[in-house]
Design a protein around this ligand. Structure first.
Ligand code: FAD
Length: 494
């Protein structure tokens, strides 16, 4: 009898435990993806729907999903199968496919976001009550959140202790899909075309994304191989410099499960085969710890689900945010028109490619929360809509870290100075010149603070402040002082 394999954020065939188990069960395997608008977005997680949280998954994520589903369908077809696509309520769709095919098993890999967990629990209960063989697996994490507890039996809230603990645990080897076809049923249930899921934008703004990315398992595997064979050993030195390709750029592939952390771990381990030293370099050690931050983010989301919309550190709920009645500050930030070149470069990279370098994510996030004093959910929702790697766990951790209100966060009083950050991490200006071309001809020493250049220098570089590039939307020193004052208020009893 057939087994339904319910794909979700595990869009790959290799190292896919649910697929392995479905094959091992014997009989035909029917791969299914159900597009359900409501369950994937923060709005559905109970977050505020009125101040910008998209009612649906972000537009850039949907673009990625469209192409990843196409790639998955092609890979399944190469093995004689087919990906059945549906839209609507997953339980109803799965039940209908069960009826149509006589399937007796439904297998899937687990998700950890609060709304998805609640939904999955309901689906599992209903299907099991109908007598089906329902099994779920871990495909996305090295360690699932509930399995890692501190000595007191509670969740970790400090990364270093969390990761030290994780490093004592074994990492399972990834499993290779056996060669040969995926057994097909006698008749396939009906399926939609990928286009019918309407994941692609109606207005074609996605050219930059298409130029930057090739979603899908095969492309992720290539990216991993290239990175682990090269840049990983320089990761400790290069990962903070947005002008060089020093990071893996695998975040979207990890989010959608086109590649698993176990596969990455094994690839790094493979590099140690000759030397016997693991990790094979300091770069590799730090890279693995970044995967650890991803694990930590899921750990926090699982144990503190309210952090999607509320600060983990409750005192921050009283923080006095700036007024921005016409949304002028927020728009300047979103559009990369703040007048601070490193901030603008990051926001434009995000808009055009759906991705931003981690160092610059920290800079723009700090700028929004501390210089503009706009609350972090404004930033989280914008990221949610524009990132191809938008991920509820990582995004929440990243924003709460930047705002100083999360677990193991940067202290609020440490305020990134955008000019100094630019000079330090983009000293030759490669990054800013690429994304803010109107400043490209400015000499390096003025590039990160164009307003400090003389009128003559600006004219020679074709920069007209206030016309083709904005003056700073806030003054750094004044904004810093105001942010610190707001923070001090927080520490005084209400
Ligand atoms: P690499 O440096 O190659 O790291 C490898 C992988 O480790 C990444 O793909 C990612 O899965 C994980 N990772 C790396 N750094 C972090 C981190 N700080 N926290 C959690 N996981 C990490 N990452 C997302 O995947 N989705 C998000 O929505 C997201 N939002 C963020 C928001 C803010 C404000 C900040 C400061 C960071 C955010 N990050 C997010 C984390 C990080 O910026 C990205 O994971 C990273 O830039 C992706 O590039 P990469 O794949 O080249 O990373």
């Amino acid at each position: 009898t057939p087994t339904l394999l319910w794909f979700r954020q595990d869009l790959r065939l290799q190292d896919n435990p649910a697929l392995h188990a479905a094959l091992a069960r014997g009989g035909p395997v029917i791969p299914v993806y159900v597009w359900e608008e409501s369950c994937e977005s923060p709005a559905a997680e109970g977050a505020r729907a009125n101040d910008g949280w998209a009612a649906q998954p972000g537009a850039a994520s949907r673009w990625w999903l469209h192409h990843s589903l196409e790639a998955l369908d092609a890979a399944v077809r190469e093995r004689g199968g087919r990906l059945i696509l549906r839209r609507g309520d997953p339980l109803a769709e799965l039940q209908e496919i069960v009826r149509a095919t006589g399937a007796k098993g439904v297998y899937w890999n687990r998700r950890y976001e609060p709304a998805a967990r609640a939904r999955d629990a309901r689906v599992q209960t209903e299907l099991a009550a109908a007598g089906l063989d329902v099994k779920t697996f871990n495909s996305a994490l090295l360690n699932e959140p509930e399995t890692i507890l501190n000595k007191q039996g509670g969740p970790f809230q400090v990364f270093s202790a969390y990761w030290r603990h994780c490093l004592t645990l074994p990492v399972a080897a990834p499993r290779k899909l056996p060669a040969g076809p995926i057994p097909a049923p006698e008749r396939w249930p009906r399926s939609l075309d990928v286009a019918a899921l309407e994941l692609r934008p109606r207005v074609a703004w996605d050219r930059g994304l298409a130029q930057a990315w090739t979603p899908g398992e095969a492309s992720a595997a290539k990216r991993m191989t290239r990175f682990v064979a090269g840049a990983i050993d320089r990761y400790d030195e290069e990962r903070d410099f947005p002008g060089c390709d020093g990071t893996s750029m695998l975040s979207a592939a990890l989010h959608w499960g086109e590649i698993s952390p176990r596969q990455l771990w094994a690839a790094v381990r493979g590099r140690s085969r000759e030397s016997g030293v693991f990790p094979p370099s300091n770069g590799a050690r730090i890279f693995l710890a970044e995967l650890g931050w991803r694990e930590f983010a899921y750990h926090l989301l699982w144990h503190f689900p309210h952090t999607i919309e509320q600060p983990l550190r409750r005192a921050f709920a009283r923080f006095s945010w700036a007024e921005d009645p016409e949304g002028r500050r927020l728009r300047a930030w979103q559009r990369g028109q703040t007048g601070y070149p490193i901030v603008d470069a990051g926001m434009r990279q995000l808009w055009q490619t759906g991705w931003m370098h981690n160092r610059v994510r920290m800079i723009v996030a700090s700028f929004l929360v501390k210089h503009l004093r706009l609350s972090w959910p404004h930033g989280a929702t914008w990221f949610w809509d524009t990132l191809v790697d938008a991920d509820l766990a990582n995004n929440t951790l990243g924003w709460q870290w930047s705002a100083g209100c999360g677990a193991d966060a940067a202290p609020y009083f440490r305020i990134f100075a955008p000019v100094l950050q630019g000079r330090k991490f983009d000293s030759d200006g490669v990054y800013v010149r690429r994304w803010v071309p109107e400043l490209a001809r400015l000499p390096d020493r003025f590039l990160h603070a164009p307003w400090t250049a003389t009128a003559q220098t600006l004219a020679a570089a074709g920069v007209r402040l206030g016309e083709n590039y904005p003056r700073p939307v806030v003054d750094h020193a004044a904004a810093r002082a105001e942010a610190l004052a707001a923070f001090r208020q927080l520490r005084e009893p209400p």
